[in-house]
Structure formats: structure tokens, C-alpha cells
Design a binder for this molecule. Structure first.
Ligand SMILES: C[S@@+](CC[C@H](N)C(=O)[O-])C[C@H]1O[C@@H](n2cnc3c(N)ncnc32)[C@H](O)[C@@H]1O
Ligand code: SF4
Length: 448
């Protein structure tokens, strides 16, 4: 279904309810939720760095371009104020997972990064086994930054690769020679950071099955331990700069699917195992271990092995997830900084979640992680009497169409139904308009 030239996008369910449902939220409620956190349950921390040196035309992230360090220095001052403020309210919580995302955290210089991590350690107790991950733009990374990451305890990095083909790189305004990637990998491996993820994208302009194959062959040579293979989200009405790319060079839906299938087959041939919607990992990787133990989760970073049920978000636009609900900081860097200058929590929006939301969150997350779900068992665990009558009618239609298989109360997405995972998950989404037929939704709305 489309509205003008804005196709309805299917959620990726990195949260449930999705961020579309967020509304104004009183920062005092967030302070209460922080104060209510249990003493010994570890939390996760997310730091958003909304700056890059150069704009990639495909980019769908919340970022802005800065060619001077001054705005970044000022932003880091605000981030430091927020760490002290929130750390003070929450009490010095144990931390099992830290993630620096963006934008490009690599824009922070080595000294500032170490100072920031030292402040985090003052305000939070980082557990010895904690995973500390940083998203890396290989073009703004350097050996001294990698040394600072290692000294600060970073033990996982995610490199934005996207595509190795030079013509694709030119078409997306992101040229990064193979030699640069080789340098980055050498710095990380020499510094003892061996958990390396590559972000790849399919469905961008100028990509063909041949360029996808070239990218996968080179990925195999660099041998990262984990790969995220994202479908390009084309949202020019939200991200105007995507119009810089010639839309006539965008592959059609069938070609996108063929790209994903080819990339998956080739990655599996290289020994990577598929996880959920878009991840691949070598045996032994913590994401695979979590999946095999039934502990795989969906959160704002996509798939995660993180066991913490609370994520505290820092930085402009950062989202936090607490037992009471979701919170999001002001996306406007100036307003974010002004709130902190006055000693105020910079949260603007969010959503209080109820018991039913938590049950449906588990149903959808289980489906997104395992392609299978037993809704009745989850409802029982949550102590909720749910008949799922509308949902079961849709599930029956999917079984009939061969997209799902039923075994008692367990529903499993068949191989044929796997490309429609996101569309199938919408049938459990109590906020998603359920007007369209579920089969139509699968066939017509599974893009982007
Ligand atoms: C914040 S960026 C990663 C760090 C760094 N900024 C970089 O690009 O190297 C996170 C990832 O989001 C993915 N991404 C960005 N825009 C996207 C889009 N429009 N569709 C799909 N994936 C996208 C890219 O794979 C990118 O590596
Ligand atoms: S893809 Fe990464 S480096 Fe490129 S503009 Fe977006 S956030 Fe910045």
C-alpha cells in the first residue's frame, strides 16, 4: 500500500511498540524509572554521536556534517553533563554492555574518547566481562584512536563497509579503498580487538548481482567474525539527501531479493551462519551462542546477545528502554545542550508500556529472532488470558498460503515465508493498521 510516493514501511521491530508511537513524556517520569531500577540488575549504555565528516547519500541515520572539531567538543561537554546527571539519579549501576553509535563515533579524537570512558567508569560500574562496542567509519578512524579504544576496554567494533565496488562507492558518495579497510583491520587486530563486524548494504544504486558477489568475496578475504547485511531503506521524504542518488539506478524489489539471496548463499559458503533477518556470524560468535541458548534479543542496535533489560541512552536523539517504558532525548543538538546546561534531563518523548505491550513485545521479538513463535505459551508466561483470535485467523491464512507451518500452538515461518518476516510480524502489532490482507501485506509491503 502506498500513500503518494511514500510506501508504508514495515517496522524492523527494534522496539515494540515502535518509535512511531512515542509521544511527549515528562522527564520526571524518566527520573522515577531510573530511580526504580533494581540494585543488582546490570544495565546497557548507548551513546549517540550525531556527527560525520562527509555525507553518504544513502544515509538513513540521525547525523549532521561537521568539518570542524568545535561542535564535537561542545557536544562532548553536553554528553559529559548527561553522564554525571543520569549516573547520579540512577546510582552507580552495574553495566554489562556499552555501544557507541551514530553518526560516526570515530569523529571523537583519541584523548576525548579516553576522557569520556573514564567519566563513564566514574559514574557506572563496568563489569569485567562487559561488551564495549564502537561503530567505525573506516575513513575517520586512525591508529591512535584504536589504541585509545583498546586502552578504554573496547572489545568489539563494527565497520561501515556497505559495498567494495568502486562504482557503487562513487554512486553513494562514499569512496573507501580496500587498502584503508586493510589498515583498519590491522590496527584492530594488533590492538587485540578481534570481534569485528562488517555492515554491508544491498539494494543501493548501481549495485548488481556482480557487485554484490565482489563485495562478498572481499568480505571473505577480510574475514570479519560477524556481518550485518542491511536492505537499503530509501526514504527520500525523510532524508532529502537520498535524492542525490539517481533513483533510476535503484534495483527493483525482485532484484533486491535476488541480491540478498546471492549474498546469503555466498556467506554461508564461506562458513557464516544466518541469524534472524539480516545477520551472519562465524561459529563461536557471541550472537550465535546467544541464539542457540534461546537468548537472542531485538533492541535498538538490531540483534543483540545483551541480557540487560534496561538500556540507558545518552546523546541527542538517543533512545532508552527501561522496564517502565521508552524515552527519547531531544534530537535537536542545541535544545539537548540547553537542557543539560540548566541541569535538566534532555528527554522529550517516550512511551509508558503496559503488560499487554510487554507480552506482544516478546511475541514479536521471538518471531524476529527465531522465525517461530508460540503466542499461547508467551501469554501464559505473562499471566495474560489472550485468545489471539484475529492473529490466529491471519496465521491460518499464512499456513494455507505456505508461508508458515503450524505444529500445535507453535507457528514457524517456512522457507517460502522467510522474505516476509517483517510483514508477518506486523500481524501481532497492536498499533499497526490491520486493514490490508496479510498475504497482500507480505507480497506488496516487504521492502525498505
Ligand atoms: C551509524 S552507521 C555506522 C557507522 C559509520 N557512520 C559508518 O557509516 O561507517 C550504521 C549503519 O547503518 C547502515 N545504514 C545507514 N543508512 C542506511 C540506509 N538508508 N539503509 C540501510 N542501512 C543503512 C549502514 O550499514 C551503516 O554502516
Ligand atoms: S552512513 Fe555513517 S558515515 Fe555515512 S553519513 Fe551516515 S552515519 Fe555518517
Amino acid at each position: 500500500m502506498t500513500t503518494g510516493n511514500k510506501p508504508r514501511r514495515l517496522p524492523r521491530y527494534t522496539s515494540y511498540p515502535t518509535a512511531l508511537e512515542f509521544d511527549e513524556l515528562d522527564p520526571a517520569l524518566y527520573a522515577k524509572w531510573l530511580g526504580d531500577l533494581s540494585e543488582d540488575q546490570p544495565v546497557s549504555l548507548y551513546f549517540h554521536i550525531p556527527f560525520c565528516e562527509k555525507l553518504c547519500w544513502f544515509c538513513g541515520c540521525f547525523t549532521k556534517i561537521s568539518n570542524s572539531y568545535e561542535p564535537i567538543r561542545r557536544y562532548l561537554d553536553s554528553l559529559r553533563q548527561e553522564i554525571s546527571l543520569i549516573g547520579g539519579i540512577a546510582g552507580r549501576k552495574k553495566v554489562s554492555h556499552i555501544h557507541f553509535g551514530g553518526g560516526s563515533p570515530t569523529i571523537i579524537n583519541a584523548e576525548s574518547f579516553q576522557d569520556l570512558m573514564a567519566l563513564v567508569r566514574e559514574n557506572f560500574e563496568i563489569l569485567p566481562e562487559a561488551e564495549i562496542a564502537v561503530e567505525i567509519d573506516p575513513r575517520t578512524c586512525s591508529q591512535d584512536k584504536v589504541t585509545a579504544y583498546a586502552a578504554s576496554g573496547v572489545n568489539r567494533v563494527s565497520l561501515g563497509i556497505q559495498d567494495f565496488n568502486i562504482e557503487v562507492q562513487q554512486a553513494i558518495n562514499r569512496v573507501q579503498p580496500d587498502a584503508l579497510i586493510a589498515d583498519n583491520l590491522r590496527w584492530f587486530r594488533d590492538a587485540g580487538i578481534g570481534n569485528i563486524n562488517f555492515d554491508l548494504i544491498y539494494g543501493m544504486p548501481r549495485q548488481t548481482l556482480d557487485t554484490i558477489e565482489e563485495t562478498i568475496v572481499k568480505t571473505g578475504e577480510f574475514a570479519p567474525s560477524r556481518i550485518a547485511l542491511f536492505g537499503y531503506a530509501h526514504v527520500p521524504w525523510l532524508k532529502k539527501h537520498q535524492q542525490m542518488m539517481d533513483k533510476h539506478h535503484l534495483p527493483e524489489q525482485a532484484e533486491r531479493q535476488a541480491m540478498f539471496d546471492l549474498a546469503s548463499r555466498k556467506l554461508e559458503g564461506l562458513g557464516y551462519l544466518a541469524i534472524g533477518l539480516d545477520h551472519f556470524a562465524r561459529p563461536g560468535d557471541s550472537l550465535l551462542v546467544a541464539r542457540d541458548r534461546g537468548l537472542l534479543r531485538r533492541n535498538f542496535q538490531g540483534y543483540s546477545a545483551d541480557k540487560a533489560t534496561t538500556m540507558i541512552g545518552f546523546g541527542a536523539s538517543a533512545i532508552g528502554s527501561l522496564p517502565g517504558g521508552y524515552v527519547q532525548n531531544s534530537p535537536d543538538v542545541r535544545l539537548y545542550a540547553q537542557a543539560l546546561e540548566k541541569g535538566k534531563i534532555p528527554v522529550r518523548r517516550g512511551l509508558k508500556v503496559n503488560k499487554t505491550d510487554l507480552m506482544y513485545r516478546e511475541v514479536i521479538s521471538t518471531l524476529m529472532c527465531y522465525f517461530a513463535v508460540d503466542p499461547d505459551a508467551i501469554a501464559d508466561r505473562h499471566g495474560i488470558k489472550a485468545t489471539f483470535s484475529r492473529e490466529k485467523a491471519d496465521l491460518a491464512r499464512l499456513v494455507e498460503a505456505g508461508y508458515m507451518e503450524q505444529d500445535g500452538s507453535l507457528y514457524r515461518i517456512s522457507e517460502r515465508g522467510q522474505p516476509y518476516l517483517r510483514a508477518i510480524a506486523t500481524l501481532f502489532d497492536q498499533y499497526f493498521p490491520q486493514g490490508s490482507d496479510i498475504i497482500d501485506r507480505c507480497v506488496h509491503e516487504s521492502e525498505g
